[in-house]
Design a protein around this ligand. Sequence first.
Ligand code: SF4
Length: 400
Amino acid sequence: MYAERVLSGMRPSGRLHLGHHHGVLKNWVKLQEEFPCFFFVADWHALTTHYDSPEVIADNVWTMLVDWLAAGVDPAQATLFIQSRVPEHAELHLLLSMMTPLGWLERVPGWKEQQERGEGAELSTYGFLGYPLLQSADILIYRADKVPVGEDQVPHVEITRELARRFNHLYGREPGFEDKAREAVRKLGAKRARLYHDLRTRFQQDGDDEALEQAKALLDETQNLSLGDRERLYGYLEGGGKMILVEPEALLAPVSRMPGLDGQKMSKAYGNTINLREAADSVTRKVRTMQTDPARMRRTDPGEPERCPVWQLHMIYSNEDTLAWAQRGCRSASIGCLECKQPVLEAILEEQEGLHERAQPYLDDPGLVRSIVADGCERARKLAQETMRDVREAMGLDYG
Ligand code: SF4
């Protein structure tokens, strides 16, 4: 009923590194070609852990946006915006908080683990407990039906689906819904109305999912329906009320195993990162001084790539021939470690050259990023306001 839409956000928690590039941004770049995408800077989310030092967030916001643009996120294809510039997120978060059972939030991994580990009082805040609820508001306010996430974030999408269902169940029942829905069916015209009835019966009586899909397709291709009637017909089809909020699907992002300089997952917490736009001499120094297989004490000692963090980078950056060359050379000690690191280093530097090039215009003229974000915020806000109009109306909050 609503247009396909992807929503994804990132907390501005510092400079992005190659783990973000390979794990998230490359996927965004692909998605922006396939769907309308909304990518946002989750600055309010950053306050859950930085509420006592908000000053670090401001700089990170703009640096991160340049990182996105450098990675190929294209403002001509995707809408880029900042969460706090669309205050409707906060309004929906508040309204959802009224109907969200505490238990739903307490069982979300993250809060549960933090409580079990008995971690510091600084995370025993409502902001931390309510974090998934704000995330749900972020998604639901754009009626986004697709949310790219890693496996560990699936429970957050699941709670969003439950919230949308609960909201639609509580507030989607307008007075006289059945009569209005039947009236809307008549507006489909005799032939389509008959087909709609048949398909609805097949779904509701026999659980025929194919019939449900056909009926949805029928509604999608019917032009002259008002938004209200369209919502009613969707709701009537599935036996519910009006569908006001859309249940999103988790789009499982391809797993990226970007290793850090020590072979663990690349993460700022491990101090093993290469930044997305790091200076070439710094990248060179980091790669050249990377640990290798400890068994290769001397140049003449054979090594085993499986024990070496450099090999993991080869797996990301090297082609079949180079991989075979490195394996053979390592096991026979016919190449040294510096020699083996060279193709990896060159591949990273080449990748970074593209990133630097794309970032340069935005560094030369920071006003460009400001104006991209201003446009994005305006587009995002318009959609958010539309949803909030429906939400307020459904909850009886439009006092006129
Ligand atoms: S030759 Fe390459 S794979 Fe082998 S230990 Fe040295 S850096 Fe690692």
